[in-house]
Design a protein around this ligand. Structure first.
Ligand SMILES: C[S@@+](CC[C@H](N)C(=O)[O-])C[C@H]1O[C@@H](n2cnc3c(N)ncnc32)[C@H](O)[C@@H]1O
Length: 435
């Protein structure tokens, strides 16, 4: 409880969930992270309850402890332990920690009252949208505006843990044989997308058959659309059978880089992968090494081609642009609490700059696939509408557009659609008019 509350206090201070949980000693990390994710999914409710119990905000460490206990205990159907056990643990933690000892009796009084009056207190928070949906108010309003018919479904899906989805490396295996290998290891999985399998129960990657040898990768089903969308039916402009020249402009950790190589086959593609962050770029090398694949990986700013481009046009560019990550909150429940509304505008500007810088590098008749793991229209449909209005040599090929996150199908054992449960994504496939 104490470690989970400390992670929450760090995240509230602006630290990402990944960094906050990384600070926990390895043996305890999985348990602390699992509890922490649950706290982040119900934080809006917990904060509203805390306001009911104490009008003045307590010091940060005591407030984090109170909110952690309330997020875990507010609904006994979702609670990992009996609510009274959680309350006892929180009070013990408050007494033991010098940073909260002075507030231990206050924490005790608040939580005992919560146990006595739980139903009335929860009912009193029911009309607050942030408590009801567990997202910041600006986020709820933006979603309601962007997706008037689906916003509630999206918010509900966001609060359900995402399944573990694999992409079978079709250079080494196929979906049916890999599904059989999983079944032999007592792991049940359902086929999704063109070469994906969704596990009914998540497992550590080391337990997956042939993972170390590169037989599969972990990748969400919606993310698995990128490589086939960009490459299917595309021919190199060269008449001498030369490989396709492809650029993956924002590549780390390399999930889509590897998929491009798997879809095209290593001899049919000459792939350049850019990443602005040198530390993150090492993850592309690791991904490719595990899968036994090669690409030219460069640490570079995709928005400044004059620094890295050799002047030869590309047949295809994948622009998986930096974004708010508002489509992947099922996997990163901290994201909604860390983002500010102004981030969307800044990121949209960055996306527009990347699009403008990379479009001239596409050959006539070539393609650029723009994607983001965001559900906000400013980073998706509106971005592409503005681009098409300013670039008369660009046409939109059939594209999925906004894919909204889908949850719950795997729990029922039946995928709701060809992708099963998946993250929120946006895809627009642009073609440059042939001369
Ligand atoms: C959405 S992630 C890419 C995920 C990746 N395509 C995959 O499937 O594994 C966006 C990446 O773009 C990088 N990035 C941001 N701005 C960039 C720029 N101007 N040039 C190159 N990379 C950039 C970020 O550091 C981040 O690693």
């Amino acid at each position: 409880m104490q470690l989970t509350a400390a992670a929450l206090a760090s995240i509230r201070g602006g630290v990402s969930g990944a960094v906050a949980f990384e600070a926990v000693e390895p043996a305890l990390r999985p348990g602390v992270q699992a509890l922490g994710f649950q706290v982040l999914r119900w934080l809006g409710r917990a904060e509203a309850l805390r306001r009911q119990l104490a009008k003045r905000t307590p010091p940060p460490a005591a407030d984090a402890l109170l909110c952690t206990a309330l997020a875990l205990a507010w609904d006994s159907a979702l609670s990992p332990y009996e609510p009274f056990t959680l309350v006892d643990q929180a009070v013990e933690a408050a007494k033991r920690n010098p940073g909260t000892r002075a507030q231990a009796s206050f924490v005790n009084a608040c939580l005992r009252r919560f146990l006595r009056e739980r139903e009335e207190l929860v009912a009193a928070t029911e009309r607050e949208p942030v408590a009801q949906w567990n997202h910041p108010r600006w986020w709820i309003e933006r979603l309601r505006r962007d997706h008037p018919r689906d916003w509630q479904r999206v918010l509900s899906a966001d609060n359900i843990q995402a399944p573990m989805t694999l992409r079978v490396n079709t250079r080494r295996s196929n979906v049916a044989s890999y599904q059989a290998a999983l079944a032999a290891a007592e792991m049940q999985a359902i086929p999704v997308a063109a070469s994906g399998l969704q596990l009914l129960r998540a497992r550590p990657v080391q337990e997956l058959p042939g993972f170390v040898e590169g037989e599969c990768s972990v990748q969400d089903a919606a993310a698995q659309l990128a490589a086939p969308l960009l490459l299917d039916g595309l021919r190199s402009a060269a008449t001498d059978g030369a490989p396709l020249r492809v650029l993956d402009a924002c590549a780390a950790p390399g999930g889509k880089t590897a998929h491009l190589l798997e879809v095209a086959g290593p001899d049919a593609i000459e792939l350049m992968a850019l990443e602005i962050d040198a530390v993150r770029s090492r993850r592309i090398d690791e991904t490719l090494a595990r899968l036994g694949m090669k690409a030219k990986v460069l640490v570079a700013d995709a928005a400044r081609p004059e620094q890295w481009w050799d002047g030869q046009l590309f047949d295809a560019i994948l622009l998986d642009a930096p974004c708010t990550a508002s489509g992947i909150v099922r996997r990163h429940p901290d994201v909604r609490w860390l983002r500010r509304e102004s981030d969307t505008e800044q990121l949209a500007l960055q996306q527009a700059m990347l699009l403008a810088a990379l479009w001239p590098l596409v050959r006539p008749g070539g393609r650029l696939l723009y994607c983001t793991c965001s559900v906000f229209r400013e980073e998706g449909a509106h971005q592409i509408d503005a681009f098409l209005a300013h670039n008369t040599d660009a046409g939109l090929l059939p594209s999925p557009g906004h894919l909204l996150p889908q949850s719950g199908g795997i729990a029922r054992g039946v995928p709701d659609n060809a992708l099963g449960d998946h993250d929120g994504f946006f895809y627009a496939l642009l073609e440059k008019q042939p001369r």
